[in-house]
Write a protein that binds this ligand. Sequence first.
Ligand code: CO
Length: 134
Amino acid sequence: MIGRLNHVAIATNDIKKATAIYRDVLGGKVSGEVPQPDHGVTTVFVDLGNTKIELLEPLGENSPIANFLKKNPNGGMHHVCYEVQDIHAAVAKMKAEGATITGTGEPRIGAHGKPVVFLHPKDFVGTLVELEQV
Ligand code: CO
């Protein structure tokens, strides 16, 4: 079911510093900062050719990454995103497998304008998993 690794998301309290590390220390190809108020984050992408790193900084009051950063004040890997061909088929399979989909359990439009769901880390080796229809 899962296809390519679309991105690995890294949460940070300081996206300018994180961007500088990826651009200047690691020599990565970084995008500009994109505030995404609907998603409670500001994003910067690092284009790796075969996949991306997504840097996330909390934006606004109820950011979905606020709790993670409370537990990980230095930042850290927040989720991995795998591509799927059909998000509704993927959701049906996850429900049949007994996996927990976060939120309403229904796909919503993610930070890249495509339908996504998030799968609870307890079912996936301690890692929050995003499935994105491509
Ligand atoms: Co993501």
